[in-house]
Ligand binder design. Structure first.
Ligand code: AMP
Ligand code: GLY
Length: 457
């Protein structure tokens, strides 16, 4: 029997409302197999320009209605962007042979929604990671941080939109972080237990791989910038900017990461009877003792996806469909040799409470998004279109990470310079962004070239 072919025209539902989904939607719509794209009715302005709004709410409480609508609109494929629907079991509830879903089941996505589980799987499969302990009571956590001499990191075990991690410089900070999680319950039930681990030093790199249960295909590496302030200062965010590829891992290093991290993780799940299909994303720290895993995510990253999609060359819809149907070995795609950089323009107050409803100026008209022609791609994160009574509809801010300005360049310095310049053209009251995306690698290069010229003189 021959394997099913991707239908000529596939109606696709894309779940998720932010910048990652705009980047995915942009590439999905370039596929000759794309029929109608449907997006959430609460999606950002750009997504609602590319897709039709789905009238149903994406809640499993409304599974019956959602399923009826999926049949009525002949939806043949669902792509899930964010972690929430994966941890809710959206794939388990809605996937069928006629309607595959790109994304892992709830059991496989546990690698992301339960950091204690991820830690235990890493330990069982000897995946290199920070040494640490899971504490399920306040007293145990306080005793552990008090007895430790080295600086540590306190992590709520559940999903916290990238904000449940405290990197602590001393015991007092660690005690305060534990209390915030377990006593004041800042992250609700997600912080009822914590992982406390050694604080690692090094550069970070995001390695994402497509996985279909048996085949693992690594994508080009990305560096994200988690902290809100320039020079990596201030609180953690969902990600302030990224570039791709990074020079941080050679092909041989990447093969070692595949062998030591991805293969054992997928095999470890399989031994528990769990098949992983979708994207597995390892957040790595490149320590003096080699790469160590900080976290696993079970979805595309944001803003990692913006820089990956800017360089992706191929049919994204077919790629994701073949991955979801277990035929990743048939996929063909490549990445543009240029470097991409994304600078995220944020709203005043982010990552805390943000001002919203501000009118955005300087955006490229949504219909003109051609990266090579337009110089920059403006991926919408938190926007909406205001149509009331105005001749030209305005685009307003609705949240923190508003626009991911993404440019291609010949090398990192050129790509970051363009993205930073284009980001300053996006204007709204209280807008801010980091001007130093890529600084660690650029600084390292400068130091290396100074050292070289010194020693050869
Ligand atoms: P996570 O959500 O676990 O990736 O953590 C968010 C961020 O916290 C990471 O991107 C790192 O910047 C930092 N972080 C997490 N774990 C550690 C660690 N063990 N040592 C140092 N920094 C860490
Ligand atoms: N940028 C980090 C993440 O998506 O988790």
């Amino acid at each position: 029997m021959t394997a099913a072919q991707i239908p000529d025209q596939l109606n696709v539902l894309l779940i998720g409302t932010g910048g990652r989904e705009h980047a995915l939607a942009w590439r999905l719509c370039q596929s000759p197999h794309m029929g109608t794209l449907w997006v959430e009715s609460t999606a950002n302005a750009a997504l609602l320009e590319l897709g039709s709004p789905c009238p149903e709410e994406f809640s499993l409480k409304r599974k019956y209605y959602l399923e009826r609508w999926l049949v009525q609109e002949k939806i043949g494929f669902i792509v899930i962007g964010p972690e929430g629907p994966l941890s809710d079991g959206m794939v388990d509830a809605l996937a069928s042979p006629e309607r595959p879903i790109f994304g892992p089941t709830r059991a496989a996505a546990r690698l992301e929604w339960d950091k204690a589980y991820a830690k235990s799987l890493m330990r069982q499969t000897s995946i290199p990671t920070a040494e640490g302990r899971v504490c399920t009571t306040l007293n145990a956590a306080l005793a552990y941080v008090t007895e430790r001499d080295e600086p540590c990191v306190v992590k709520a075990t559940g999903l916290c939109a990238g904000k449940g991690v405290s990197v602590c410089g001393n015991k007092e900070e660690a005690i305060a972080a534990v209390r915030r999680c377990m006593e004041q319950r800042e992250f609700g039930a997600a912080g009822d237990s914590v992982v406390i681990e050694e604080r690692l030093e090094g550069q970070e790199v995001s390695v994402l791989a497509l996985v279909d249960g048996k085949t693992i295909t690594l994508l080009d590496t990305v560096q994200d910038h988690k902290q809100v302030g320039e020079g990596d200062t201030g609180p953690n965010t969902g990600g302030m900017g990224a570039f791709c590829p990074t020079p941080l891992l050679s092909d041989a290093d990447l093969q070692a990461v595949a062998r030591d991290v991805f293969v054992p993780a997928i095999d470890g799940l399989r031994r528990q009877g769990i098949e992983f299909r979708g994207v597995l994303f390892a957040g790595l720290m490149l320590t003096a003792a080699g790469p160590k895993v900080l976290e696993f995510n079970c979805r595309f990253g944001d803003p990692e996806t913006q820089v990956l999609m800017a360089r992706f060359q191929g049919d994204l819809l077919k790629t994701l469909w073949l991955t979801a149907t277990g035929r990743l070995d048939e996929v063909e795609f490549s990445f543009d040799p240029l470097t991409s950089c994304c600078v995220v323009v944020c709203s005043e107050g982010y990552p805390g409470k943000c001002a919203t409803g501000r009118s955005i100026k300087g955006l490229i008209p949504l219909k003109d998004y051609d990266l090579k022609r337009a110089k920059s791609m403006m991926f919408h994160g938190a926007t909406k279109q205001e149509k009331t009574g105005k001749k030209h509809a305005e685009i307003l801010t609705t949240g923190g990470r508003t626009i991911g300005v993404t440019c291609l360049g010949d090398g990192l310095a050129a790509a970051t310079a363009s993205a930073t310049e284009c980001a300053s053209g996006v204007e709204f009251k209280g807008a801010f962004f980091r001007h130093d995306i890529g600084f660690r690698v650029l600084r390292q290069r400068q130091t290396t070239s100074h050292t070289t010229s010194h020693t050869t003189r």
